[in-house]
Design a protein around this ligand. Structure first.
Ligand code: C5P
Length: 394
């Protein structure tokens, strides 16, 4: 079992609201949950296995007979920390309440010993039927969390209590149940992001291709998990980050200054920014004329991370590296030379990674752990790095 409890089985029953669970799955992933979807066989009439596989990035099974050599109902039930059944139909609720095990999902539910939340959605008459009322009462008496469906218009012209609740309400209730997303409460996390620009003259600069998307993912994930986050942002879009403290900087020198000011009071520094290795020895006030703009004399920028790590006391320090060759060996050398706890190295040959929503690379820790990632979302990487920070903070 991983240190952070967030392996979720999303059980999908055969209701039209199954399509809304596609969005629910996405929002769960945004919040750092790792989700395996287990649809009932009839629910595939509404949303097919291919959709669930593509959205979850994981295999999808509906019967115990698939991959039976793995005894998947037992292994999945053992791996999951929580179950979320959404939508739950009257039939699925009846089968759960009777303890039946006639598909993979109901087998899993019987085999699991973890909190289970149920989100019913059905016609009001089915919801209010004495059998459903009794089944819901049975499930609640066994400790299942059963949400109340919303009141309003149904798929047809009828209205009443039976609508699938808003995805945001489901997430809010589920977060309360899991309680795992406030695991960074009280921790101060300092993040740098974007790419620095070194001025040549009022018009030109030396920059790089960093978009700031990974830093945005890190800041968002850390805020969601309850951390107090400060972002030092170099030339990146911070419009989605209006709830946290942001220092806007342009150059490496400005970034150095801002980070040095904040470093002492942070618990974790995540140095995600692409810092220019060198800057023009002179930046002119006047635009340099084309005819004489032939060479730029450079001088090195300070290595901010290496410098801050010399001042560190208890802080956990995480660095990034972008390489085009010898990825692992150069990242291991940087981990040591910069005094880091964790480094994430990505392969940026052919312009990969920059500006994209996904990343491929390797997490390397000072204990020698290596975790290779292929085409994972930058949100998922953010949560994995925060997991490492949390583990090392103890
Ligand atoms: O040495 P390299 O640039 O590959 O190292 C990458 C890591 O070091 C990143 O975390 C980056 O933010 C940080 N760095 C720094 N100061 C520099 C150059 C890189 O803090 N001048």
């Amino acid at each position: 079992m991983s240190a952070i409890a967030r392996e979720v089985v999303l059980g999908v029953g055969a209701g039209i609201a199954a399509y809304k669970s596609c969005d629910l799955l996405r929002r769960l992933q945004d919040r750092g949950y790792a989700v395996t979807v287990v649809p009932t066989p009839s629910s595939l009439n509404f949303v097919g296995a291919a959709t669930w596989q593509a959205l979850s990035g994981r295999p999808v099974a509906t019967h115990v007979w698939e991959n039976s050599h793995e005894v998947s109902h037992i292994s999945l039930a053992q791996r999951a920390h929580f179950f979320l059944i959404a939508p739950a139909t009257a039939d699925l609720i009846a089968r759960m309440s009777a303890g039946r095990a006639d598909d993979l999902l109901t087998n899993l539910i019987l085999a699991a010993n973890v909190p289970i939340m149920i989100v019913p959605a059905m016609h009001p008459q089915m919801w209010n039927d004495a059998a459903t009322v009794a089944n819901v009462a049975t499930l609640r008496s066994r400790g299942y969390v059963v949400m109340e469906p919303e009141i309003g218009r149904l798929t047809g012209s009828d209205s009443g209590q039976g609508r699938f609740p808003q995805v945001s309400s489901i997430i809010e209730r589920f977060d309360q149940l899991t309680g795992n997303l406030r695991d960074l409460q009280g921790k101060r996390i300092l993040i740098s992001g974007g790419g620095t620009r070194e001025s040549i003259d009022p018009v030109r600069f030396i920059g790089n291709r960093s978009s700031g998307k990974q830093a945005t993912a890190l800041a968002t994930a850390a805020v969601l998990r309850g951390a107090e986050v400060t972002l030092v942002a170099a030339n990146m879009d911070t419009s989605s980050l209006d709830t946290l403290a942001v220092h806007h900087v342009e150059s490496a020198a400005q970034m150095h200054l801002a980070l040095a000011k904040e470093f002492e009071s942070c618990d974790v520094l995540i140095m995600c920014a692409a810092v220019a290795d060198a800057k023009p020895s002179q930046s002119t006030i006047e635009k340099i004329k084309k005819a004489i703009f032939t060479t730029i004399e450079l001088e090195p920028n300070p290595d901010i991370l290496a410098e801050l790590s010399r001042k560190k006391s208890q802080q956990i320090m995480i660095g990034f590296a972008a390489e085009t060759s010898n990825l692992i060996t150069s990242a291991q050398a940087k981990l040591k030379s910069k005094g880091l706890d964790v480094i994430y190295v990505n392969d940026v040959s052919d312009g990969a990674i920059f500006g994209k929503d996904t990343t491929s690379g390797t997490i390397i820790t000072r204990n020698g752990e290596e975790i290779a990632l292929k085409e994972v979302s930058k949100d998922a990487l953010a949560h994995l790095l925060l997991d490492h920070a949390l583990r090392q903070l103890g």
